[in-house]
Design a protein around this ligand. Structure first.
Ligand code: NAD
Ligand code: LMR
Length: 326
C-alpha cells in the first residue's frame, strides 16, 4: 500500500466541491492504488461549515477504501499543512451578465493569503491547481506570494475549455469523442481563450480537412467554447459545477501521468508570444508526476496569432488591475 497523499481542497462545501471530493476519494484523480487524506477548507461562515460537516458525513458513508482521513477546517494553516496537492476552488462564482474578470477584486485577495500559507506549511513537493475565477490571474497572485515553492508548481485550470472544445469538434464532425485529439487551449479562461483547431485531428486527419468549414471554426466554434460558461449560467442559474470538477480531475490526473499532453495555464516564459509572467493556457507534456514541460513548437497562422494576441492583452490588463496584490 502506498503512503497516503494529502489533498487540500478549498471551497469544499461549495457546488464544485460537492462534485469533486467523491471523485478524489474514489481514486479517479490519483489512481486506484493511491490512498488520500482530504483536508477540507471552508470559509469561516457557520452555514458553510455546517454544510461541510454534512459532506464529511457523506464521505464516511461512501466507505471509500482509498480514503484514509478527512480534516474539516476554516483555518488554512491547518488545511494546507503538509498538503501534497492544494486545489484552490473556494471563491465567489459569477452570476448572469458578469464576466469572470468582474470577480477579480472580490476573489483576488483570497489568493494572497492562501499563497502565503501554502508556501509556509504545505509539503516540500506541493503542487497547486487554481479553479476559482478569474483562474489565471488568481493563480498568478497565489504564486507571487511564494518564496519557497517555485512558480511552475502553480497551475490554473483550462481543461474544462479543452474538454468543451473536443466535444464541440466531435459533434460537428459527427464522430465519437475519442476520435478528436490534440485540441489545446491558449490564453485566458475567458471568452478570449483560443482553442487552436488547426492542430487538432479527427481520426488522424486534420480537423480543418474533416470539418472543412473555416468560417465555422473561426466563428461559432471559438465563440461556443469561449462563452460556454455563460451559456450554462443562463440555463442553470448557477455556474458549471460537475463539468468543472470533472475537468479538475482530468487536469490533475494528466499532471501525474508522465507522457500526458494536455492544456494547463502556466507561468509564461514568452512561448507563443505570451507576455512573461502572465499565467496562460498552453499545451504541456507531463515529464514526471507533478512536473511538465511546455510544448513550444506548434506553428501559428495569422488567425491564431491574432487570437493569441487578444487573449494575451486581456491577461496583461488583468495583471495591471491587480498589481497592488502582487
Ligand atoms: P460555490 O459558491 O458553490 O462554492 C464556493 C465555496 O467556496 C463556498 O462554499 C464558499 O464558502 C467557499 N469559500 C469562499 N471563500 C473561501 C475561502 N477564502 N476559503 C475557503 N473556502 C472559501 O462556487 P462554485 O460553483 O463551487 O465555484 C467556485 C469557483 O470556481 C468560482 O470562482 C467559479 O467561478 C469557479 N469556476 C471555475 C471554473 C474553471 O474552469 N476555471 C469552472 C467553474 C467554476
Ligand atoms: C465556466 O467556464 O463554466 C466557469 O468558469 C464558470 C463561469 O463563470 O463561466
Amino acid at each position: 500500500m502506498k503512503t497516503p497523499i494529502r489533498v487540500a481542497v478549498t471551497g469544499a462545501a461549495g457546488q464544485i466541491g460537492y462534485a469533486l471530493l467523491f471523485r478524489i476519494a474514489s481514486g479517479a484523480m490519483f489512481g486506484p492504488d493511491q490512498p488520500v487524506i482530504l483536508q477540507l477548507i471552508e470559509a469561516p461562515v457557520e452555514k458553510a461549515l455546517k454544510a461541510l460537516e454534512g459532506v464529511a458525513m457523506e464521505l464516511d458513508d461512501c466507505a471509500f477504501p482509498l480514503l484514509k482521513g478527512v480534516v474539516q477546517t476554516s483555518d488554512p494553516t491547518v488545511g494546507f499543512k503538509d498538503a501534497n496537492w492544494c486545489l484552490l476552488v473556494g471563491a465567489k462564482p459569477r452570476g448572469p451578465g458578469m464576466e469572470r474578470a468582474d470577480l477579480l477584486k472580490d476573489n483576488g485577495r483570497i489568493f494572497i493569503g492562501q499563497g502565503q500559507i501554502i508556501d509556509a506549511v504545505a509539503a516540500a513537493d506541493a503542487r497547486v491547481a487554481v479553479v476559482g475565477n478569474p483562474a489565471n490571474t488568481n493563480c498568478m497572485i497565489a504564486a507571487s506570494q511564494a518564496k519557497r515553492l517555485p512558480a511552475d508548481r502553480f497551475t490554473a485550470m483550462v481543461r474544462l475549455d479543452q474538454n468543451r472544445a473536443q466535444s464541440q469538434l466531435a459533434l460537428k464532425a459527427g464522430v465519437d469523442l475519442t476520435a478528436v485529439k490534440d485540441i489545446f487551449i491558449y490564453g485566458n479562461h475567458s471568452p478570449t481563450m483560443f482553442p487552436a483547431f488547426a492542430h487538432a485531428t479527427i481520426n488522424g486527419q486534420p480537423a480543418t480537412t474533416v470539418i472543412n468549414d473555416s468560417a465555422w471554426l473561426q466563428g461559432p466554434f471559438c465563440e461556443t467554447v469561449g462563452k460556454r460558461g455563460a451559456a450554462i449560467i443562463a440555463a442553470r442559474g448557477a455556474s458549471s459545477a460537475a463539468s468543472a470538477a470533472n475537468a479538475l480531475v482530468d487536469h490533475v490526473r494528466s499532471l501525474v501521468t508522465p507522457g500526458a499532453i494536455h492544456s494547463i495555464a502556466v507561468k509564461s516564459h514568452g512561448h507563443y508570444g505570451f507576455d512573461a509572467n502572465v499565467w496562460a493556457g498552453m499545451p504541456v507534456r507531463t515529464t514526471t508526476p507533478g512536473s511538465y514541460e511546455v510544448i513550444p513548437s506548434y506553428a501559428m497562422d495569422d488567425f491564431a496569432k491574432s487570437k493569441i494576441a487578444a487573449t494575451n492583452k486581456e491577461l496583461v490588463e488583468e495583471r495591471a488591475a491587480v498589481v497592488d496584490l502582487l
